[in-house]
Design a protein around this ligand. Structure first.
Ligand code: IVH
Length: 673
């Protein structure tokens, strides 16, 4: 057993070491799969010997039984807040106060104060209590004196060590820091939430707070949270402490705590200013959000002299960056029609400077999003723009709503072409149904029409289509077929030769198949396979155009969304006009017989057709038989069931007679069909 215990301890130490290399030093020594292998090894031993599981085991991060409520935690040392400086001037006033107080106290003879400068992380403050090196409690800041016990949730955050490293750790230590969600993790989480119709988080800070305040830690375990420490609270006096804040941070780092790598000691106002410039430039490229810089007098003796005012230390200040969120008013809600026909509501805003640019529009995505925000024209809203991310409406400031503005409704028709706007069940997007006709979709529709799997028009690429539309030579795909040699040869980078080639390709594309043509129309949700299915089930375009929803739904693989889209597409007069123009231009395809709709009454039977038939060609007879499931071959054998004999049949009939195969006349064949 002791050998096993030693093995378990070795595995734990190794895993803790690799965690530290990865999260704290950002310098992994093994691959992810190498780490997973060690973890699995430990998990397997623990599964066999549950008595060996300890709370600090690296396996214990997956979340525990849900709580009904959080217990409250009284902070032994209050968790303070910070005073803010919004300008250089306010910072230098702060610095001057520090200098004056320290000179007065006779502990400083220079005005060049050393500050520990750190990013001000935009997450939530957390207190971590370690006893004998083991994490025993994690608590939120709450009101500064009482917070909530979120230990179960804290344990799921991989950047928080469950056990301190090294053997010279204090018997009691409270580490303080910020739990954050990085930008990528936040975007991903919201995507998932949106897909599952769950709460959307306004910003990474809210997402981090919401995730940490989950009663079910198994949910917290799925959230991309991480942690940086920025100080200590209580600490037992069994270890000697350095005399600076930066020294304490270095010590915390040696114990396995993650310290922000941007932290730096700077000197005086000029040092602080250049740190500010530097970090502000870096702000958008950081993986996580910061809303400023915290400057802390580095020397702890000096900190002690400076003391506190109200609930904030006099030795620290938060120098804030320009905000990522601002308030403004919604002047109107416009509808934009995208290249795929999606109708997107966009809020027109009173211009506001936020995140470094002036914002006058923000997408509202769709009807559901508008309802979620309950946004109405005239409302005051919070706009957020962080980094390159497009501006978002975070929320409506309801207290500023005046009167009773009407709720916004999506239009019933496309504002560009007037076609019906359709929103299918289970879809969030409302789309224009005038695919072939709508100018907003024009280029995209033509590009699709000409593509390889549709009409396969060789030499007609995206760029050329865009040029043709921009030059006003075509509006719809039907216009392609009236392009002239002069028009094409006159275009930029087109000579006589390429013009002739393209005209030839256009002419060749006229001979197509029914399936390709249906696909080329670009009906929403009708891909290549669906187009094929439709072509197999309808004799002609007219039949498809007139199909009822029930008829469409009776086809295998056609569901209500496709049925509705097909119906609506053909109902649009504009679409019919473009189709007519295409057919007038000479587009045609061989008639196919509807295969799968007919009962396969001749399945398993083999036919041979010989001689000349009077009412149909041999090919037509073949297709008709095949449509009923029969096999049609060229020579008579024992396996042949029937020989169809027309005029002057020849030797095949003799063979059939020899083998005793039944011979059918054309009239008998017709009866079969
Ligand atoms: S020090 C007594 N350092 O800012 C000083 N706080 O406005 C206590 N924060 O509640 C805080 N990054 O949540 C400190 N590097 C940092 C910080 C930081 C973010 C937050 C923290 C605190 C709030 C105070």
């Amino acid at each position: 057993m002791s050998a096993l215990l030693a093995k378990v301890n070795k595995l734990k130490d190794e895993l803790n070491h690799h965690n530290y290399q990865y999260y704290v030093l950002d310098c992994p020594e093994i691959s992810d799969s190498g780490y997973d292998k060690l973890l699995r090894e430990l998990q397997e031993i623990e599964a066999q010997y549950p008595e060996l599981v300890t709370p600090d085991s690296p396996t214990q991060r997956v979340g525990a039984t849900p709580l009904t409520e959080f217990n409250s935690v009284k902070h032994e040392m209050p968790m303070l807040s910070l005073a803010n400086a919004f300008s250089d001037k306010e910072f230098s006033e702060f610095n001057q106060r520090v200098v004056d107080l320290l000179i007065k106290a006779d502990v400083c003879n220079s005005s060049d104060i050393k500050y520990a400068a750190e990013p001000k992380l935009d997450g939530l403050a957390i207190s971590l209590l370690y006893e004998k090196g083991i994490l025993v409690r994690g608590a939120t800041r709450g009101d500064g004196s009482t917070g909530e016990d979120v230990t179960q949730n804290i344990r799921t955050i991989e950047t928080i060590p469950l056990k301190l490293l090294g053997n010279k750790t204090p018997s009691r230590l409270e580490v303080r820091g910020e739990v954050i969600m990085d930008k990528k993790g936040f975007e991903k989480l919201n995507q998932v939430q949106r897909k599952n119709n769950e709460k959307i988080f306004a910003n990474p800070r809210n997402a981090a707070a919401g995730s940490l305040r989950q009663l079910d830690s198994r949910i917290t375990a799925t959230r991309p949270l991480s942690f940086f420490c920025y100080g200590i609270g209580i600490i037992s006096d069994d270890v000697a402490l350095p005399d600076t804040h930066s020294g304490i941070m270095a010590l915390l780092k040696s114990w396995g705590m993650r310290v922000n790598p941007e932290s730096k000691v700077v000197v005086g106002v000029s040092g602080a200013d250049s740190y500010y410039e530097n970090l502000l430039n870096k702000r958008e490229s950081l993986e996580y959000e910061i809303d400023g810089i915290v400057y802390k007098v580095d020397n702890l003796a000096q900190q002690k002299i400076l003391g506190f005012v109200a609930r904030a230390p006099r030795w620290a200040i938060a120098r804030k960056f320009p905000a990522h969120e601002e308030m403004t008013r919604v002047l109107g809600i416009d509808i934009q029609v995208g290249r795929t026909g999606a109708l997107t509501p966009v809020a027109r805003l009173e211009p506001v400077f936020v995140g470094g640019v002036t914002v006058s529009n923000a997408t509202l995505h769709n009807q559901d999003e508008i309802e979620r925000l309950d946004i109405r024209v005239g409302d005051t809203v919070v706009i957020r723009r962080a980094g390159d991310v497009i501006p978002q409406v975070v929320n409506v400031v309801l207290s500023k709503r005046e009167g009773k503005p009407r709720k916004f409704k999506m239009p019933t028709h496309c504002p560009v072409c007037g076609s019906l706007a359709v929103r299918n069940e289970n879809e969030v997007v409302t789309s224009c149904s005038g695919g072939l006709f709508c100018e907003a979709q024009g280029k995209q529709a033509i590009i699709h029409f000409a593509s390889r799997k549709a009409m396969n028009i060789d030499g007609l690429g995206d760029k050329l289509i865009e040029l043709l539309v921009d030059e006003g030579l075509i509006k719809t795909s039907a216009d392609l077929y009236s392009l002239t040699h002069e028009q094409l040869a006159g275009l930029e980078r087109m000579g006589d030769k390429s013009a002739a080639k393209l005209l030839n390709a256009l002419s060749q594309s006229k001979q197509t198949s029914f399936a390709r043509f249906i696909f080329a129309l670009g009906i929403h949700d009708v891909g290549e396979t669906t187009a094929k299915t439709l072509a197999e089930n309808f004799q002609s375009l007219e039949e498809l155009e007139l199909a009822s929803v029930d008829e469409l739904l009776s086809i295998r693989d056609v569901g209500p969304v496709v049925a509705n889209n097909v119906m609506t597409f053909f109902k649009q007069k504009h679409n019919r006009e473009v189709i007519d123009a295409l057919l007038d231009a000479g587009i045609h395809w061989p008639k196919t017989s509807p295969v799968s709709k007919q009962a396969q009454t001749l399945a398993g039977k083999t036919f041979v057709i010989t001689g000349t038939l009077s009412d149909m060609s041999r090919d037509e007879a073949k297709q008709a038989l095949q449509a009923l499931g029969a096999k049609v071959t060229g020579s008579v054998s024992k396996k042949t069931d029937y020989v169809v004999a027309g005029e002057s049949p020849g030797s095949k009939v003799d063979k059939a007679q020899q083998l005793g195969v039944e011979i059918l006349s054309e009239a008998q064949l017709k009866a079969f069909l």
